[in-house]
Write a protein that binds this ligand. Sequence first.
Ligand SMILES: *Cc1c(COP(=O)(O)O)cnc(C)c1O
Length: 360
Amino acid sequence: MKSVTAVINTQALISNIERIKGMAPHSKLVAVVKANAYGHGVITVAQALDSKVDAFAVARLPEALELRAAGIVKPVILLEGFLNDEDLPVIAEQGFYTAIHDQEQINALERTELAQPIHAWLKIDIGMHRLGAAKDEVKSMKARLEASDKVIKPLGLISHLSVADCPEQSAYNEEQINYFFEVAQDFTGDLCLGNSAGIISWPQSRTTYVRPGIIMYGISPYTDKTGADLGLTPVMTLKSSIIALRHIKKGDRVGYGATWTAPHDTILGIVGAGYGDGYPRSVPNGSPVLINGRKVPTAGRVCMDMLFVDLGPDSQDKIGDEAILWGEGLPVEHIANLCGTIPYELVCRIMPRVNMEVKA
Ligand SMILES: *Cc1c(COP(=O)(O)O)cnc(C)c1O
């Protein structure tokens, strides 16, 4: 019997990439594989996509080095840029592309000796107010970077949309896109704007490079849609097994805190997966788990290593039967909605003890 396993379907990954290429046919693809490829396993994902995409993007330097150690030679973009002066020679040597979002990073570049120049993309703030040059800094930061012999020319421009996934905020989204292109008029280098929701909803954000993350994994960036609604296939299926069965009576109280009381005599399934694997403890009673083709409700609090499902009084389910927690047949978007979070968080939270199984 299988304990908790995340099956990673690399065919689904590739079909999602083909779908994204259809959406943004004139853009180069930067596959966003930060946070262990959104919990899917960065090496598995990067190797499956290496011949299909133009570059990879991560948040931080150690993530980029992990890709190089696995034999990935494609450009790797550091979306957060670098944090320390000592990072710069590594970036130069490895040929990483780095976002430059702050004057302090340019100071670091100016004072650090480098054996070769680096690929830099100036990151501007167009409305998120997280990272990026403010409106009154763009010109001077651009001039400093262009004057530096440590920067490969032409300089690139990168930014991030804050409401691309909120169709009701179209005015604020358009303001951000228009401002990006106003700044871009002074750039001859690469432009990089669209994330998943941008690629789908905002054609103008399909720039020289686009940065799909969540849609590569077959998951929707919108709270009211699933990946399937967008023609995508889920890449991760999280599953476990029924490890025990209990016949309980009407009125029996189940689990820590006794938060669920059996409304009738029933058979309880104990599934061998819990929040210590990354299944959310915040899931409410009655959330679906897919067992033998039917959705059965969770019953009682999720434990660290196990959870309960009400299989019903007529259950024929057996110990060892598979329990799908999300993925094929049960969209992770639905589970995330029930928990009041986004699917990004659920897949990112897969714990190291979960078996990762690659399905080619
Ligand atoms: C994570 C991230 C992305 C990918 O976002 P998705 O919504 O998953 O497509 C793109 N750009 C930046 C800067 C990011 O941090």
